[in-house]
Design a protein around this ligand. Structure first.
Ligand SMILES: *[C@@H]1O[C@H](CO)[C@@H](O)[C@H](O)[C@H]1NC(C)=O
Ligand SMILES: *[C@@H]1O[C@H](CO)[C@@H](O)[C@H](O)[C@H]1NC(C)=O
Length: 362
């Protein structure tokens, strides 16, 4: 019986070529659309490729080989690595040879062959292609941080990153909207902004992206500019004895302070007990101001102007004409308020709410 086995099995074992299969890899192998068995791995990690060999002749050794268009070499023979710093081989079982590629970098990008010599320069083999990727990282040194720019100066925004493959870099406005180039996206490291105008103020986002991931950076841009003032209505009508409001908004940076806001009538500052000025700061470098005339008299009719200033200079005045009307004109809340009348608490509340609304819409 034993003799029979020997006669049957031995010749078969002798004639059958070894079978070489890379059976297990970490990270796992994925087949590309082009039919390549590929292992994609993040930089600085370790890759493991386990090769299983059946029907191996006892004398022959299992080899791991490195192949790239630039050079190729034998990594190991059996468990003996030629470059233990980068490559190690162990044998988890009698028929498997596991290659560990340590702390991968771009040098590890190659085809890896597990092979066994079967004849005159002929090998039974299997292979995997290793591709090292590195998620993008935006570089502080080559990327702008928040900036304050004087109106009228040329400026640009810069962003650069590392990554493997080298990432694509693009700029967008954080809140959406168009870039100076006219589009919503600018696909380059540097974005020329042209001559700084107030419309450039806001937040910009740089994104660096490759197949391994992405990194983003927000850059806030402030523009130092002379205030611009705008009236809510050019003409306001009210009858004698009633109350009226004249309203202006101003945009500027640094934001004009309360003391830098001036209401004038015929070139003279408006003052006195019959008037009240309020000042409220809104979003986006804006302020709101309102001149209330409590009890309109004939002498109050005429041309008013509001003006704001900051370190960059004075705004062009915005003019409002107060005209006499025969019947009282309601205010923006629909109320008619006589100069003598006392405001109820609820009305004040409504008015405050309205103001808040107004500011949020600016
Ligand atoms: C590679 O790194 C990225 C980002 O750090 C991560 O999301 C991804 O899961 C990693 N991939 C692998 C295969 O570890
Ligand atoms: C961005 O970085 C890459 C790699 O460091 C470099 O080759 C390239 O010149 C840089 N580009 C700019 C605009 O700084």
């Amino acid at each position: 019986m034993k003799l029979l086995l020997l006669f049957v099995v031995l010749p078969v074992a002798l004639c059958v070529d070894p079978e070489v299969l890379i059976q297990d890899t970490r990270p796992p192998t994925k087949r590309t659309p082009g039919g390549v068995n590929q292992i994609v791995i993040n930089k600085s990690e370790d890759a493991y490729l386990t090769c299983v060999v059946h029907n191996k002749d006892a004398d022959t050794k299992v080899e791991w080989r490195y192949w790239s268009p630039k050079f190729s070499f034998t990594i190991s023979t059996g468990q003996d690595s030629k470059d233990p710093f980068h490559y190690q081989v162990d044998q988890p079982s009698a028929i498997s040879w596991r290659l560990k590629i340590q702390n991968v970098e771009v040098w590890a990008n190659a085809r890896y062959f597990c092979q066994v010599l079967i004849g005159d320069k002929k090998y039974a083999k299997d292979e995997r292609t290793l591709r090292v990727v590195d998620p993008p990282k935006i570089l502080d040194l080559l990327t702008d941080s928040d900036m304050t720019i004087e109106e009228g100066t040329l400026f640009s925004l810069r962003c650069n990153a590392t990554g493997e493959p080298f990432p694509k870099v693009k700029w967008e406005r954080l809140a959406g909207g168009l870039l100076p180039s006219g589009g919503a996206e600018h696909a380059d490291f540097t974005m020329n902004m042209g001559v700084a105008t107030p419309s450039h103020r806001g937040a910009y986002k740089c994104t660096a992206e490759n197949e391994a991931g992405k990194d983003t950076r927000i850059v806030a841009v402030r523009i130092v500019f002379k205030p611009r003032v705008e009236q809510r209505h050019r003409v306001v009508s009210q009858a004698v004895g009633y109350r009226t409001d004249l309203e202006c908004t101003a945009a500027g940076y640094p934001i004009p302070e309360e003391s830098q806001f001036i209401w004038t009538k015929l070139g003279k500052p408006v003052t006195g007990g019959n008037y009240k000025v309020i000042y409220i700061q809104g979003a986006s470098d804006r302020v709101f101001t309102k001149l209330t005339i409590y009890n309109v008299q004939l002498s109050d009719y005429g041309l008013y102007s509001c003006m704001a200033s900051n370190i960059k200079g004075d705004s062009t005045p915005a003019q409002i004409e107060l005209k006499q009307s025969n019947s009282p004109t309601p205010d923006s809340t629909g109320q008619i308020r006589s100069g003598a009348g006392v405001l109820s608490v609820s009305l004040t509340t409504i008015f405050t709410l309205l103001l808040v609304c107004l500011l949020q819409r600016m």
